[in-house]
Design a binder for this molecule. Structure first.
Ligand SMILES: *Cc1c(COP(=O)(O)O)cnc(C)c1O
Length: 371
């Protein structure tokens, strides 16, 4: 068994050795080099979103991605505002839950987990309810791996004069999202998904005018994006203890992302990973939940094989022994499991993962992966 398996999961995921090595130093939070590192990371995040530095700020938040989503909802939706969430999986449902917990009025339009959210349904809901101030959508709903039509959602939202909040957690850095073409108020993502840093911080890229209007909105001291941003503007420092090692790793991860060709280069590698995985699995009889045109090159949901010799816990354990960690399904529409294609993995690793699946099926005497 390899000491360190490849993580074919939606995060935490496999990082490069150089990203891990960037953490071999203790930084003081007021160290000039650390302050410069923070400024570099924040500026680069705005650039990656296609944002103009005069109009957008990147506000990092300690914690996992959910902390950033909660900070975005709690800070930007006014106390007397109303959020409409487009839901087609667990992460959309989580946004609804956040709005309830922070005490904001919230409504949801639900689609099945294997269907994209509907811009037409959004159009009707916005026309019918003038109380809605904000719309939230998940770019890649990691529950199934489906790609949602964020551009169409943004167009409808802007046309109705409402503000759009995007959870781009599992897409940012690999799938295009450009403020010049997609009008949004804020986008939340994290250090440890497609940007291939280590877990420990989220961030929100947000319009500066919206941040200004949000003063005093937040339900929480630590998750107040307005105050967090003001801290950075005041002295370039974090309000509370920064995750220094996570930032140092993230700075290195962003340099490696740029060296790979940015969003386009990263997206191309993941698309190739996804193709190798899907073709290899289909050749063994497995079926994907989603048709190819709805599949984001992030994580692929496979239907559970029908062969009575197939046993998922054994399949999982034996793949782990062969050096690959996969992910159980969390769908209500179908019994399934998921295999990710993001992280520091390329064609050789994906081919090896397919071979490991083949060997594991043979070991269990499963003739076909067909559902
Ligand atoms: C990973 C993820 C999150 C955040 O999850 P954490 O476990 O808090 O990091 C939020 N939304 C989506 C779509 C995700 O994939």
């Amino acid at each position: 068994m390899p000491a360190e398996p490849y993580l074919l999961t939606p995060g935490p995921l496999t990082t490069s050795r150089t990203v891990k090595e960037a953490m071999l130093r203790d930084w003081g939070s007021r160290d000039g080099a650390f302050i410069a590192l923070n400024a570099r990371v924040r500026a680069r995040l705005v650039e990656l979103a296609g944002g103009d530095a005069a109009a957008f700020a990147a506000v990092p938040v300690q914690g996992s991605g959910t902390f950033a989503v909660e900070a975005m909802i709690g800070t930007l939706v006014p106390r007397d505002g109303k959020l409409l969430v487009l839901v087609n999986g667990a992460y959309g449902t989580r946004i609804v839950r956040i709005a309830q917990v922070v005490g904001r009025a919230v409504a949801a339009i639900e689609a099945a987990e294997d269907q994209p959210v509907s811009p037409d349904a959004l159009e009707r809901a916005l026309a019918a309810d003038s109380a809605i101030t904000h719309v939230a959508v998940v770019q890649c709903e990691t529950t199934s791996g489906i790609l949602n039509p964020v551009e169409a959602v943004a167009e409808v939202t802007a046309r109705h004069g409402r503000a759009l909040l995007i959870d781009a957690m599992s897409a940012f850095g690999a799938l295009p999202l450009d403020a010049r073409r997609v009008p949004f108020e804020a986008v939340a993502a994290s250090s440890n998904k497609c940007l291939e840093g280590v877990p420990g911080m989220g961030f929100v890229i947000v319009r500066r005018d919206a941040l200004e209007r949000a003063k005093g909105n937040a339900h929480s001291l630590s998750l107040d994006l307005h105050d967090q941003a003001r801290g950075f503007e005041a002295n370039a420092q974090w309000r509370f203890t920064p995750p220094t090692h996570v930032l140092a790793a993230f700075d290195q991860a962003l340099a490696e992302h740029a060296a790979e060709g940015g969003v386009e280069g990263r997206g191309a590698r993941y698309a190739a990973n996804c193709r190798i995985l899907v073709e290899g699995m289909r050749a063994m009889g497995f079926r994907t939940l989603l048709p190819d045109h709805l599949q984001a090159p992030v994580i692929v949901t496979f239907r559970m094989p029908a062969d009575p010799a197939f046993d998922f816990p054994r399949f999982y354990d034996q793949l782990r022994e062969r050096g690959f960690v996969i992910y159980p399904g969390k769908l209500t529409v179908a019994d399934s499991f998921r295999i990710g294609c993001i992280g520091r993995l390329g064609a050789p690793e994906m081919q090896a993962a397919v071979e490991a699946v083949r060997a594991t099926l043979a070991g269990m005497a499963v003739a076909s992966g067909a559902p």
